[in-house]
Design a protein around this ligand. Structure first.
Ligand code: ZN
Length: 322
């Protein structure tokens, strides 16, 4: 397999409306799907991304109102990093300040500057300024969200992921899996951070492995639940599944997630990895101009729609995409 890179990252939030407001209004991502957790249909599953939720741009949340907070630590994706244009730093500083988000500036990681801050549930995020030549190659692949209220020129928007941080106790074990089975290659090293790249030629093809002595993190509100890597299609997913099984990893069967097909396993340092197919995508059950506006359910839950809608908290999008 040569994975193109990150497909999506899924984290746990607290209050759903607060989560929706932060990612759509403050960060300017588009809610591309409003559905339920297929394993727990009494709670929401929100997908945010670019205008149609292309792989590499999708951050998803399970909002668990009232649940306890988790802790960051090893065996986790500890920082979710997004790529922003090279000349957008001033815009983002002001955008975060205006939304009462305290951001810390990080200078020069692999030559790029970044802003680091927490989302309303304590999830650590970064906006990484990417070089203009990378940006140009990227724009053809990822169109920034073109709708919503985001009060900025198109030119300031988030492109997608940019080398999120995975903290692990024994990096060589995760590294072997990434390079020998998922097809990533080592590209650069800085301090205790090693960068790996999938076959895609953009920042969402990259992840950073950081060697950590920290205790294991606890997955709950404000932490990442899992990270998904891209498989081009069902055949590639099945082939990689065989290799993972042959390596002794405990891999789930293929699960239909409606918008993609998934397999899950824990990598050797304990991070939950998913391999997700690029298709069929978010346009399978609603048109591009209506993405995220109404609750979508897989057909098995349609007969229970009334019951499900009764237990889900009421939420509203502040600005319609139309
Ligand atoms: Zn997932």
């Amino acid at each position: 397999m040569r994975s193109a890179g990150i497909h999506h990252i899924t984290a746990i939030a607290g209050d759903p409306q607060r989560n929706l407001d932060f990612y759509s209004e403050t960060l300017g991502l588009r809610l591309v799907k409003r559905t339920v957790n297929f394993d727990d249909p009494g709670s929401y599953h929100f997908y945010f991304g670019d205008n149609i939720g292309r792989p590499g741009t999708i951050i998803t949340f399970f909002p668990w109102p009232g649940a306890r907070r988790g802790t960051r630590g090893s065996g986790q994706v500890t920082t979710v990093s997004f790529a922003v244009p090279h000349n957008s730093m001033a815009f983002w500083k002001e955008q975060l300040r205006a939304n009462h988000v305290i951001a810390e500036e990080i200078a020069g990681r692999f030559g790029s500057n970044a802003l680091r801050f927490l989302d309303p549930d304590g999830l650590q995020l970064e906006l990484v300024v990417i070089p203009s030549e990378v940006e140009r190659s990227r724009r053809g692949i990822f169109k920034a969200p073109s709708t919503g209220s985001f009060d900025s020129a198109q030119d300031d928007k988030i492109f997608g992921f940019a080398a999120p941080t995975l903290e692990v106790r024994k990096p060589e074990k995760t590294e072997n899996l990434l390079t020998e089975i998922l097809g990533f290659e080592f590209v650069a090293e800085e301090n205790n951070r090693r960068r790996f790249r999938g076959s895609g030629s953009n920042p969402s093809s990259e992840i950073d492995l950081v060697s950590s002595e920290a205790g294991f993190g606890q997955i709950a509100v404000g932490t990442v639940h899992h990270i998904a890597f891209r498989a081009a299609d069902d055949d590639e997913q099945l082939r990689v599944r065989e290799q993972l099984v042959a390596r002794g990893l405990n891999v789930t069967p293929v699960i239909d997630r409606q918008y993609f097909h998934s397999i899950y396993f824990r990598e050797p340092n304990g991070i939950l990895f998913e391999i997700a197919t690029d298709g069929p995508g978010f346009l399978i059950d609603e048109p591009a101009d209506a993405l995220g506006e109404t609750l979508k359910l897989p057909s098995v839950y349609e007969p229970k729609r009334d019951e499900i809608e009764r237990v889900l908290p009421t939420i509203h999008l502040r600005h319609s995409a139309a």
